[in-house]
Design a protein around this ligand. Structure first.
Ligand code: SF4
Ligand code: SF4
Length: 171
């Protein structure tokens, strides 16, 4: 077991006996570089192997759908493990190049929630484009979305925004 992961997920990762049910049921696994059960195995094996996983696409591509968790005979909380690995990968700046857009999206979304207490699509799109320098992608879709009322120009704030800010500070 890796030292760095020990305190957070030791209790369930050690229970994995590599039956592969998680990988067999994962809809995203065809796009991953390591299958979900392999991610758990690398974490069991220790720090050198965890490093491989921190630089992988798998942890970022996981959709957190919980299918693996519900199928696992050992109640290994793989979606939680994936989240922890993403957090560590981001802190150590080991993110796979193909996953940088995913992190940019996460940050843009969370910044909006922090500011307004809910998602503000136009702000999300703007910040995401600035973070990824992908300014013109999907721009032609904008008129149709505006026409159908899918994009609001002004953000709507929730009433108890202070509470959301406290949650962000604590997390
Ligand atoms: S389903 Fe559970 S026990 Fe089986 S390989 Fe996946 S994590 Fe391990
Ligand atoms: S939570 Fe992640 S690893 Fe588990 S089945 Fe869903 S996408 Fe796959």
């Amino acid at each position: 077991m890796s030292k760095c992961m020990e305190s957070e997920c030791n209790s369930y990762v050690v229970k994995c006996y590599q039956c592969g049910k998680c990988s067999a049921g994962c809809q995203i696994s065809p796009f991953m570089d390591y299958l979900p059960h392999q991610v758990v195995r690398f974490v069991q094996l220790g720090d050198i192997y965890v490093d491989k996983i921190l630089q992988s696409k798998s942890i970022w591509y996981c959709a957190g759908c919980q299918t693996c968790f519900s199928r696992c005979p050992q109640q290994v909380n793989l979606p939680h493990l994936m989240d922890l690995l993403c957090e560590r990968s981001s802190k150590l700046k080991k993110i796979h190049p193909e996953a940088r857009k995913i992190l940019a999206f996460h940050k843009s979304f969370l910044n909006g929630v922090n500011r307004f207490g809910r998602s503000f699509e136009l702000g999300l799109v703007g910040e995401f484009k600035l973070r990824t320098f992908n300014l013109f992608q999907d721009l032609l879709l904008a008129p149709a979305m505006i026409f159908k009322g899918k994009i609001c120009f002004l953000p709507a704030k929730i009433k108890n925004l202070a509470l959301v800010k406290v949650l962000f500070k604590k997390s």
